[in-house]
Design a protein around this ligand. Sequence first.
Ligand code: P6P
Length: 336
Amino acid sequence: MVKRRFMTLARHIIEGEKRHPEATGELSRLLSDLSLAAKVISLEVNKAGLVDILGFTGDNNVHGEKVKKLDFFAHEILIRAMDHGGHFCAMVSEEEENIIHIPAKHKIGKYVLLFDPLDGSSNIDVNNSIGTIFSIYKRITPDGNPGTIEDCLQQGINQVAAGYIIYGSSTVLVYTTGEGVHGFTLDPSIGEFLLSHENIRIPKKSHIYSINEGNYLYWHPGVKKYIKYLQEEDEKMQRPYSARYVGSMVADIHRSLLYGGIFMYPADHRHKNGKLRLMYECNPMSFIVETAGGRASNGKDRIMEIKPTTLHERSSLFIGSEEDVIMVEQFISEEN
Ligand code: P6P
């Protein structure tokens, strides 16, 4: 039996940085801090279902602390884990309207972190997978000062790292720095993320589509035609496709990454600019999927080339296997 290498996340990042003499080791320390936050969130997410069973009061836990909604809990854990390592000049969270500045007592770093602390948290009560999504840029304003809106509002092509943690049957951290996409599964018995998915490549074409068909009436006519096309019979093109929709972006895209597939959340009559957030959902997931050989667009333009104007702006999203995304773009352009 081939013995799987005991490759921890920290060792994998350090070995990756060794290939870049100019690397300072900062990214490995930053991602290690992030993995610590992920372990704490994973612990809380996995016992969330027990809160009622264990009889904790609705508002106070056994330590007399106010029990917070899980997504705000994850938000606070990430800030506390990431605000003192000297890595960042600013942070942006889905849970916070404005830029989160680094406390004066801590060193100001050269990176910016944008994150969705717990995407899909409404799924926690039904034990569906949920996730944390993060996106990292190098600042563009002079070092030493607090980060600014320009540091935070960069195109996705400027990302230096991105990733997600999916809290499901196991907790898996997937990240990229642009050189391959790698997945690490948390071994709770030793509290380490161990390499489990090395150099993930997404199949060029798939037979799985993922979209909330309840929005059918509100879709662009090209999207309607594309979905009907996928449902026709054509053995050569593996049609009809299978439909899979968790309703948790991280879960639906993680499956698409591993099995192939196209995940779509189009803008429609009700979501004029789409539902998903550009800076800390669409951009990081696009960096990951493109690095794995896939494609990500808003139906017309490459997600990572969109010039952002506000921190929490939304975008239409078509992401996954390259040939499938190209095809839906063709259906949309033919109906414009
Ligand atoms: P709908 C979860 O609330 C989320 O933000 C994404 O994770 C998910 O893909 C989407 O919304 C689901 O939205 O409208 O299909 O319930």
